[in-house]
Design a protein around this ligand. Sequence first.
Ligand SMILES: *Cc1c(COP(=O)(O)O)cnc(C)c1O
Length: 466
Amino acid sequence: MLYGKRDRDEVEFLEPIFGSESEKVDLPKYKLNDEPIEPRTAFQLVQDEMLDEGNARLNLATFCQTYMEPEAVELMSRTLDKNAVDKSEYPRTAEIENRCVNMIASLWHAQENEAFMGTSTIGSSEACMLAGLAMKFSWRKRAEKLGLDTAAKKPNLVISSAYQVCWEKFCVYWDIELREIPIDEKHLSINLNTVMDYVDEYTIGIVGILGITYTGRYDDIRTLNELVEVYNAQTEYKVYIHVDAASGGFYTPFVEPDLLWDFRLENVISINASGHKYGLVYPGVGWVVWRDKHYLPKELVFEVSYLGGELPTMAINFSHSAAQLIGQYYNFVRYGFNGYQAIHERTHEIAVFLAKEIQKTDIFEIINDGSQLPLVCYKLKADAEREWTLYDLSDRLLMKGWQVPAYPLPKSMDTTVIQRIVVRGDFGMNIAADFIEDFNEAITALNNAHLVYHKQKEIKKYGFSH
Ligand SMILES: *Cc1c(COP(=O)(O)O)cnc(C)c1O
């Protein structure tokens, strides 16, 4: 043995990791190794596996949080062992979730004369699934009462074609027709001239998006609410709005408090948001709130025992760690309204700064200049003379570690390729200035480079776009 007669613990402690037995062999990757290995060596091995992976904070593709305060991380790591669903064992944690739901309902202007209901979820995808199910069940009840043969046709959901994939999943899982209103050059969000043409007595609801994932553009929920009002006045088959505010739900209330999109609008019956987007929590936590329990059919609410009493639960997932919930509560307590506002306003200013700098190059057309969600989104000007594409620019930026995705817009506009930069709270002005320097350098390098030009127009996605 390397260290002679010392005891085993000491040997393991003194042995250099990179001189250890486990480091000498290529451990099996797709089946378990036979023997255990030391924790510190395992730690090093696993960490090293990810060495060449992107740095999350330089990932400008994601809306998901890439920074939390050390105190939040400490709290979360101390609560990883709590099972969020075990309300009788962890009644305080259940109360924390309850407080969060109340805070969020108030942020979204739940009305005094109604009884809101809400729950945490793993993310907006689960939240949308629940909101969609509630719409389907409520629709069926209303329609049956009116004597409609609900089995004669598939029920449908009306949404703009710039929907996030979770709505496609919802429709496939629950056998619903996804009625897409195509976006076009003039209507980059829901087309209010045509939306009501898609609605009929089999429509379970209309989804408005507060912050289209592709471009950050808002659907005009206020006008949509008015259109629904007029529609409902002339039919027994009422239709209501769900707002998918995955990213806007925790952003807009702070930055544009006067924008009407939430429960202040009567026909908005439910809203979802991702706590791990502008709620500033690490993935995965999401939220869904109904303006009144009336819109959440009883069949979807299950009672679990809680301190000798019963507590309603409506999430799809069962066991999962409560750490994310605790992280959300920490942020609410720590930042308060003004703290969130300060962070988001600064994030907004940085997006505006980036947009201005990108505009200065004179080769891009800006699609979102940071005025709706703090993100910048642009395409190459049609007349700009150059022999490179946004995909080449993405590659070039990746050389400096920046992950900036390029991807086509949804189906009806998929010949338009855009690039998107999502600005998050931890992207400060110093990093932004560094980024712009690298961005300009990348453009100069591409302009001077001899590239083999892509002869065929490709439609591809680069980096993920959620
Ligand atoms: C991100 C996003 C989702 C999905 O949210 P997750 O929290 O990642 O499950 C749904 N809808 C929109 C509009 C989004 O931007």
